[in-house]
Write a protein that binds this ligand. Sequence first.
Ligand SMILES: [Zn+2]
Length: 107
Amino acid sequence: MSDRQERLETLRDELIDRLERYRADKTRAGGPLDKDLEEQSIELENAETIDSLENEAEEELIQVMHALARIREGQGENCENCGELIDEARLSAVPFTTLCRDCAEAG
Ligand SMILES: [Zn+2]
């Protein structure tokens, strides 16, 4: 197994753990509304923060799973867009990338 694959699998497990924690936090925050308005609005803000963290982690997880699938297909080091080899330094800096620097910058 390559280092990169190992790192991605670790990252995937961490993201899954994080998502589970966010979901547990939100379930707790959704308790009875017997508090004053100020407290309620603080809770709402927290829930929104958790939502955006959750979305972020979800998107990252999708990227990680996608990169792992490409590695399993033997395409892990090739840019998904142009097929060129992705720079070694880039792969090590952003292990879940599936695009070479040029294609990533072209958006
Ligand atoms: Zn490319």
